[in-house]
Design a protein around this ligand. Structure first.
Ligand code: HGY
Ligand code: MN
Ligand code: MN
Length: 405
């Protein structure tokens, strides 16, 4: 059994760090707020009897030895957020893993396998436009040139690391070998569990995000003196592309494509924009369909640029392969859910998660917990105490079963 009151209090205590005026949370990586959040989670891990340290990229890791010298079981998620995000995205997974370990300690249950609980650095990529930083490092997939990605103020990941006392030369030491499996609990961020009226579900696979930055350069000119037929207006061109993106994505059953951020210069009320930049987030469980949609979007962008004498450049920010969850771990999760007398629902994840980085390295499994109205990446993100409890009990059962596997 887990202590749901303790877990519920921690969710709300952590959410106070980086709290926004409409009761959301903004916690970008390598900032004061995120460091403060990590230090609070470090205390939680210590209270759960874990030995806690930061690795070379700033992942916070709480470890406990196993009864035998076996590969470790990893549990975790992230505590960084999107701008003005919710209280549960990522944090619920980290805090639930800590609660499970604290409950095992209190019940004097020692597992055969060592367990590491990890709060992964910069899963969202909200600050640098390049996510899954901590899990890439643990997977040994973070390249030195990745650290050159910059935030809106021109600060690179490398500089942010150094400013917080880390040594970028050492990021390879974050790689973890000798791992048995990884299990992540996360809010669903969609409506499937709510529509099926169940609190938890088993995840079958994770859609892989592809992020592009599209830049359109025209000519900044006088809004009053420039006839309509003589303009090179990149904002009008961008609006045609953005409308087409929606049309192209809608032709596939599961694909999604989102323009989440857009900026233009110079931004004067009486000035035809000179340049426009926007991002596109393209996803599908099928890598082939996702990449086909990418091609259609880039071809259309270039065609519009040619027709309107607008220079179009497209930069890839990140490309993560979709991942299938381990059949064995899925079975353990489904068994655990049915032991709680909850109907077993399996579903794919449209959202990306740290688990994706461990694809082809060791088996991964994910437990989803219901999101009220399917809302996430929004201060209104909510999961009930009962559902949090069901998720934690599912994780506890799954971990004990995995330890026996
Ligand atoms: O973008 C995502 O899917 C996740 O929230 N980082
Ligand atoms: Mn998220
Ligand atoms: Mn998340």
């Amino acid at each position: 059994m887990v202590n749901i009151e303790r877990l519920w209090d921690k969710i709300h205590e952590l959410a106070l760090i980086g709290q926004t005026e409409d009761n959301g949370v903004t916690r970008f990586s390598y900032t004061k707020d995120e460091h403060e959040a990590n230090e609070l989670v470090k205390q939680y891990m210590e209270q759960a009897g874990l030995e806690v340290s930061y690795d070379a990229i700033g992942n916070l890791i709480g470890s406990t030895p196993g009864k035998e010298d076996l590969p470790a079981i990893l549990l975790g998620s992230h505590i960084d957020t999107v701008p003005n995000g919710g209280k549960f995205d990522g944090s619920l997974g980290v805090l639930t893993a800590i609660e499970v370990m604290q409950s095992l300690q209190e019940q004097q249950i020692r597992l055969k396998h060592p367990v590491k609980v990890i709060a992964f650095k910069d899963e969202e990529g909200a600050r640098f436009g390049f996510g899954l930083l901590g899990s890439r490092a643990v997977a040994g997939r973070l390249k030195d040139e990745d650290l050159d990605k910059k935030d809106a103020k021109g600060i690179s990941i490398r500089e942010a690391l150094i400013n917080q006392g880390y040594d970028p030369e050492k990021i390879e030491t974050a790689k973890m070998d000798h791992v048995k499996a990884y299990i992540e609990l996360h809010i669903e961020q969609g409506k499937v569990l709510e529509n099926q009226e169940v609190p938890v579900g088993n995840v079958t696979g994770i859609a892989g995000p592809l992020w592009l930055k599209v830049k359109l350069e025209g000519e900044a000119e006088h809004a009053g003196a420039t006839p309509m037929g003589q303009r090179k207006d990149p904002l009008v061109a961008a609006s045609l592309v953005i409308a087409e993106i929606e049309k192209l994505a809608s032709q596939y059953p599961y694909a999604v494509a989102t323009v989440g951020s857009l900026s233009l210069t110079p931004g004067g009320i009486n000035v035809i924009p000179g340049s426009v930049e926007f991002t596109v987030d393209i996803r599908d469980i099928s890598e082939e369909i996702r990449d086909q949609l990418e091609k259609e979007i880039t071809d259309f962008s270039i065609q519009i640029g040619n027709e309107r004498e607008i220079k179009v450049t497209i930069e890839e920010l990140q490309r993560v392969a979709p991942v299938l969850c381990s059949e064995d771990i899925q079975s353990l999760i489904m068994e655990s859910i049915s032991e709680l007398n909850i109907p077993v629902i399996s579903l794919p994840s449209g959202a990306g998660h740290d688990a994706m980085q461990f694809n082809r390295l060791f088996p991964v499994g994910m437990i989803f917990v219901r999101s009220k109205d399917g809302i996430s990446h929004n201060p209104k993100e909510f999961t009930s105490k009962e559902d949090v409890k069901a998720g934690a009990e599912t994780m506890l059962k799954t971990l004990i079963k995995l330890d026996e596997l």
